[in-house]
Design a protein around this ligand. Structure first.
Ligand code: 3HC
Length: 304
């Protein structure tokens, strides 16, 4: 019992300081929920403008969360927002942000070389106890981890958009992730209030491996003229209980991201027809119609 207690104490107290790399929607969301959960958080990006946007996004998302948690109790809601915000620092200095951290979560653009380069540099400056994790949705964790000498302290922490709302966290164990690293990541995920599931380092892990071919099929259905975009989306919302239809969901996440994932998998596994990028997707991306963020994808949106 004594051994069990001391192990669990170590695990529970092991992540106090978190560094998140990348100020996009995933990175901002991850930084927000770690701060909400009481961890000191540093959000790093090379662009000060991007960090300013992240700050705004986090502020408005925290307001929505506070409303849900505290309803009409404005004083408690304000305290929650202020305390969460006070735990987040914004930085453009990668090396400094890594100096005192227990866990680094990378959520930068899906570019393998960039991810490997970042971790290679961080491996030299971060303390040896620091765990490394990638939020990649399409690359192999082992391929990223192999740029470092801490493959045993490396895993995947795959969050879902919008991070403050979606309850799932996929934890990816590579062949070299140690049991201790895995347990600390699992405890960390639970401390954020997420439901954690575990997956091997396989393409797309669980959710994207099932979801990406599904959305591609919806696009092929649209291409064949079997049904309209609206009817395909309505079918999956009302017939399968999805909160968004497949085409709405791709508009929400970005057509460029979807095309990027499919192109990468198609190049790696050309025999798998499910991974072939649909022509309609490639055409829309070529036309700069990337979904909500550009005002048009499969649907048109009011510019915000
Ligand atoms: N921050 C905080 N709260 C938010 C929020 C945010 N960014 N976005 C939405 N919310 C809250 C709202 O305040 C609202 O709260 P309430 O229930 O108390 O009113 C609640 O969430 C629902 O939001 P809305 O009423 O605005 O709209 P919806 O009911 O349509 O929900 C949605 C929006 C949560 C995005 C829902 O449509 C949904 O779950 N869609 C599916 C998203 C999805 O598929 N995500 C996975 C993408 S794949 C991925 O991320 C993997 C990666 O590798 C790319």
């Amino acid at each position: 019992i004594k051994r069990k207690l001391s192990t669990s104490t170590i695990l529970n107290n092991s992540i106090k300081n978190v560094t998140v790399l990348g100020g996009g929607s995933m990175g901002s969301g991850i930084a927000q929920i770690t701060a909400q959960a009481g961890q000191n958080t540093i959000l790093v990006d090379i662009s000060p403008d991007c960090l300013k946007n992240s700050e705004k996004t986090i502020q408005s998302s925290l307001t929505r969360v506070a409303k849900k948690l505290y309803k009409t109790d404005e004083t408690s809601g304000k305290k929650f927002i202020d305390e969460s915000l006070s735990r987040i620092k914004y930085s453009t200095n990668l090396q400094q942000a890594a100096e005192q951290t227990d866990l680094i979560i990378e959520a930068v653009t899906e570019n393998l070389r960039l991810k490997r380069d970042l971790f290679k540099r961080l491996d030299k400056s971060a303390p040896s106890k620091t765990l490394f994790a990638s939020n990649t949705s399409s690359f192999s964790i082992e391929e990223i981890a192999s740029a470092t000498d801490r493959k045993d302290r490396f895993g995947g922490l795959h969050f879902f958009n919008p991070v403050p709302v979606m309850k799932l966290l996929e934890i990816i164990r590579t062949r070299e992730t140690t049991e201790e690293t895995y347990q600390i990541m699992l405890n960390f995920g639970r401390s954020l209030g997420k439901t954690c599931i575990t997956c091997k380092d396989s393409p797309g892990f669980i959710m994207n491996r099932l979801n990406v071919p599904y959305v591609a099929e919806a696009m092929r259905m649209l291409e064949r003229g079997d049904a309209t975009a609206e009817d395909i989306d309505t079918a999956m919302k009302l017939g399968a209980g999805y909160p968004m239809g497949p085409l709405e969901a791709v508009d929400y996440g970005g057509l460029d991201t979807c095309a990027f994932v499919l192109e990468g998998w198609h190049a790696k596994f050309p025999e798998n027809k499910l991974f072939k990028p649909p022509a309609v997707l490639l055409r829309l991306v070529e036309e700069g119609k990337l979904g909500r963020k550009t005002g048009e994808g499969f649907y048109k949106y009011a510019k915000c």
